[in-house]
Write a protein that binds this ligand. Structure first.
Ligand code: IPM
Ligand code: MN
Length: 299
């Protein structure tokens, strides 16, 4: 096989991020070149910088991102999360958040760019709104990925929402999932409300193979699934823009542990690096499927 250098941006981030990423770096084959970026709480606190244009240029020019964790008690909630991780998901249009739980036999396909994560909303002294944005394009491409994954694995697909309460978003999701399902007659499909899905994941996890859901439900249910399958220490995820033709940059995705920065145990040598190691393995596997030279201008 022809081995050509792969360029990886490594963002260890905050808390236990650097220590688990250090272990994960041992996984990388020799033809992987690493560019470490100092992004996170320390730099933010000393310089006010979150994600600079130069950081984004480096990341866009690399084949993939290996990410540790973000979040620090010294920085107000949301500043680092929105300013770094959610911004990267948006800028690189990483619309699938793939979270496999092999011990549980369940894989989550979480829509990764919209829903209540859009940042749209208002805050008045005694009232607040948080708008969930849902577009046909975003739902459809994510659904298509989930159906393809289920079709390849001969798996059952469960889509999860809360259509009995979130009637606006729910009806659009429902319509789009039904439309996409027409192209995959071989995939058996069912629906669960998010609350029932949480219950059933605990009580009857064997009902689930591939789970398709929106950004917030996917966030919550994937932590639940991690708890059911050995803990957050081993759950890894891939933030992907799977198809080359529409990818806005060279970067195939951002690979990270599902866990956070765990500042309470940072630097104590207690962090389990399994999730970071698995994230690195997911990255290597994704790059193995990619063409080595990418032709379109600017990639
Ligand atoms: C995750 C994390 C992030 C999310 C945070 C850090 C913004 O919990 O990747 O699951 O909510 O998506
Ligand atoms: Mn989460």
């Amino acid at each position: 096989m022809d081995i050509t250098t792969r360029r990886i941006s490594v963002l260890p981030g905050d808390g236990i991020g650097p220590e688990v990423i250090n272990v994960a770096l041992d996984e990388l084959p020799d033809h992987f070149e690493i560019e470490a970026l100092d992004v996170g709480a320390e730099r933010y606190l000393s310089t006010g910088k979150l994600l600079e244009d130069e950081d984004l240029d480096t990341i866009r020019g690399s084949d993939a991102v290996l990410f540790g964790a973000i979040g620090d008690p010294r920085v107000p909630d949301g500043v680092l999360e929105r300013g770094v991780l959610l911004r990267l998901r948006k800028e690189l249009d990483l619309y699938v958040n793939l979270r496999p739980f092999p011990e549980l036999g369940v894989t989550f396909v979480r829509e990764n760019t919209e829903g209540p994560y859009s940042g749209v909303g208002t805050r008045e002294p005694d009232a607040a709104t948080e708008t969930s944005v849902n577009t046909r394009t975003a739902i459809e491409r994510c659904a298509r990925y989930a159906f393809e994954l289920a079709a390849r694995g001969g798996s059952h697909l469960t889509w999860v929402h809360k259509t009995n309460v979130l009637v606006h978003a729910g009806s659009l999701w429902s319509e789009v999932v039904r439309e996409v399902s027409q192209d995959f007659p071989e995939v058996s499909l069912s629906y669960q409300h998010a609350d029932a899905a949480a219950y059933l994941l605990v009580m009857e996890p064997e009902r689930f193979d591939v789970v398709l859901t929106d950004n917030l439900f996917g966030d919550l249910l994937s932590d639940l699934a991690a708890g059911l399958s050995g803990g957050l220490g081993s759950a890894a995820s891939a933030n992907l823009h799977p198809e080359l033709a529409t990818r806005p940059s060279r970067c195939v995705g951002l690979f990270e542990p599902v866990h956070g920065s765990a500042p309470d145990i940072a630097g104590m040598g207690r962090a389990d690096p399994t999730a970071a190691v698995r994230a690195a393995q997911m990255m290597i596997a994704a790059l193995d499927k990619e063409p080595v030279t990418i032709s379109r201008e600017g990639r």
